[in-house]
Design a protein around this ligand. Sequence first.
Ligand SMILES: *Cc1c(COP(=O)(O)O)cnc(C)c1O
Length: 409
Amino acid sequence: MIYKMSFDINKIRSDFPILKRKINGSNFIYFDNAATSQKPNIVIDSISDYYKNYNSNIHRGVHTISQEATDAYENARAKIQKHFNIRNSHEIIFTSGTTHSINLVANGFQDLLSDKDEIIISGLEHHSNIVPWQMMTEKNGAKIKIIPINENGELNMKAYDNILNSKTKLVFVNHVSNALGTVNPIKTIIEKAHKVNAAVLIDGAQASAHFKTDLQELDADFYTTSAHKLCGPTGIGMLFGKEKWLKKLPPYQGGGEMISDVTFEKTTYAELPHKFEAGTPNVSGAIAFGIALDYLNEIGFKNIYNYESSLLQYTTEKLKLIPNLKIYGESKDKTCVISFNIDGIHAYDIGALLDKFGIAVRTGQHCAQPIMDHFGISGTVRVSLSFYNTKKEIDVLYNSLKQAISMLS
Ligand SMILES: *Cc1c(COP(=O)(O)O)cnc(C)c1O
């Protein structure tokens, strides 16, 4: 296609029908990409194509369209395998998303750990990466240790060294923080964890839209992402797990597709990945997930990264011109998430006024209350950008913010 040659922002924007909308009389500006990304036509069309032309259940029919659907579903798995450089396709489990993936792993470790064991999670986690571990440790008594964060919103790696020891069995860290945009040093975190034989799960939900990750090079034991954060549909995501771990973990749900032999006395489970894919899966979602990866790769992750880096820099500089505006999380290595507050004005009021100008931002805790507690605040305004945003939109944000501030103070 045309993209590889150059980064054509107008062409890219024309791929996203929603960007043509007017909101409250203004051009729609979408700055809530960390919550979910918008979808290009090619992804939207792949879903209706499936339902119009080959909607069928997979892995069971002898008939033609069942075979077509099965092939398309497995082809999506192959695309994910290639994109993340995963050794075996059966190490990829389709889930409904990151939350489901993390619960699957936490549930699996429940019986593998006892009150003599410890797990480590980072202070930058999303609630979906905190609550499942609390539920797990309530049952098996394992202790949770936290890697604290510093004033820049980075993990304190000295503190990590101090809490990591031979009792540590699992380490859970997100690749990129959804609240602050911090990119965590996960390669180092994994290397150190492996020295004490702890397994590592990386929550990649916030990373996958912004750069490519090589899972063999990274050597993570588990890695998870949600398609809707990377131009794909909601309700589909993936869990990567090393074969040795997926074989060790018990199935998460029982049902059809995940068994090889069932009698009323005993059931033997299917081989990977089917052991973890009980019931009729989200076939159209998986196919569209694959198409979304194709789309992003066609634009090129280097192009995306470079473009987004310059947008981040522009936005940060521009916002800093606004008096009494404080940005939270200024890690050297971060993706284009800018979390901020303006002295004396509630984040919610800013968000509500920006919406009147057609600008969608997020306000509140961003599913990461411990981070807000760390900074002693109740929430922030979060502007999270994508490769289809423009500097012109940032200028509109800047002017609208100034107007909002004068109305609110
Ligand atoms: C969005 C997000 C999640 C949750 O993903 P779901 O798709 O809602 O399951 C978890 N962690 C991070 C870092 C996220 O950005």
